[in-house]
Design a protein around this ligand. Structure first.
Ligand code: BT5
Length: 285
């Protein structure tokens, strides 16, 4: 069921404050990505925003659940229709993740957010936001994308389900301050739309530097696994993110490996200073 306003702001004003053509507001949906997908299929323009106060079936990658209780977060999706010849779709999650991080920093402090490849935003070591980009290609039509972003904003630790209490945080829990959700939403949307409006080719210097500055994995020993099966696929030291979006790893045998998809977690043994902070990240090392 659509609703007329959110946080006392009506849909037209919210759209204007976010700089988007339309804002679709809901009290509860299964997933804002599904609502945005339907709108995209009906021709909704680039930047169309879907926001729901709660999600009954919020999801992450590989069918994982995303906890989306009412009143505590930002559960939103944007319809994206990149211009013909725009940057590669596989780079969208990284651009969207950086945009979410920059928006979160308007509330948490510049440089506070960290990015864990491919799609997590952390405050400290805990996940504050996640990104889920989904694409639709149909014959004879330009592809359209939905970028889903979930941000934990006002949760106290006890508001998280027990299984997330050791790994999740909210902006309020991490900073001790409850941000204005409207200001936060408009900052995130503005950063994301600016960053996805990118020319063709690899990630540019601004995005690469923004990601490198916030890279939560660089210099750490990590384990890569298949998100669908959980099976470990690779172990190594994270060197950074390449311009084509790959996570660069150096294996114990000293071989450079490029990881294009997967779930990653640090295994504890950091090497820190062994990786130069200005490590060069070409698209094809
Ligand atoms: C993600 O997946 O992190 C992407 C999450 C995207 C959520 C948004 S909300 C709006 C839009 N509509 C949707 O239905 N989805 C998008 P992944 O990397 O697969 O991480 C999922 C994992 O994060 C889960 O298996 C949990 O371990 C953890 N998790 C679930 N809910 C969380 C939360 N609220 N905060 C922190 N961690 C959470």
């Amino acid at each position: 069921m659509p609703c007329a306003s959110w946080e006392g702001v009506d849909a037209a004003e919210l759209a204007a404050r976010c700089g988007v053509p339309a804002a679709h507001l809901h009290a509860r949906v299964d997933s804002t990505n599904d609502v945005a997908r339907s709108l995209a299929d009906e021709g909704a323009p680039h930047g169309t925003l879907v926001l729901s106060e709660a999600q009954a079936a919020g999801r992450g990658r590989a069918g994982r659940a995303w906890a989306s209780p009412p009143g505590l977060g930002l559960w939103l999706s944007l319809v994206l229709r990149p211009a013909p010849g725009a940057g590669a779709p596989e780079l969208l999650p990284l651009r969207v993740g950086l945009g979410a991080a920059l928006g979160i920093e308007t509330a948490a402090g510049e440089g506070a957010a960290r990015l864990k490849w491919p799609n997590d935003v952390l405050l400290g070591e805990r996940k504050v936001a996640g990104v889920l980009c989904e694409a639709t290609w149909s014959v004879g039509r330009a592809p359209s994308f939905v970028a889903g972003i979930g941000v934990n904003v006002l949760h106290r630790p006890a508001d998280f389900p027990p299984e997330l209490r050791d790994t999740a945080t909210s902006i309020a829990a991490a900073t001790g301050r409850a941000p204005d959700r409207v200001a936060l939403l408009s900052a995130i949307v503005a950063h994301v739309l600016r960053l996805v409006d990118a020319p063709a080719g690899p990630l540019g210097p601004e995005v690469l530097a923004g990601i490198a500055r916030r890279d939560a994995l660089r210099g750490r020993a990590v384990l890569v696994s298949d998100p669908a099966t959980g099976r470990a696929t690779l172990h190594g030291t994270a060197l950074g993110i390449a311009a084509d979006g790959a996570l660069l790893l150096r294996t114990e045998a000293g071989v450079l490996r490029r990881v294009l998809s997967g779930s990653v977690r640090p295994t504890g043994a950091d090497v820190g200073a062994a990786v130069a902070p200005d490590h060069i990240l070409p698209a094809n090392p």
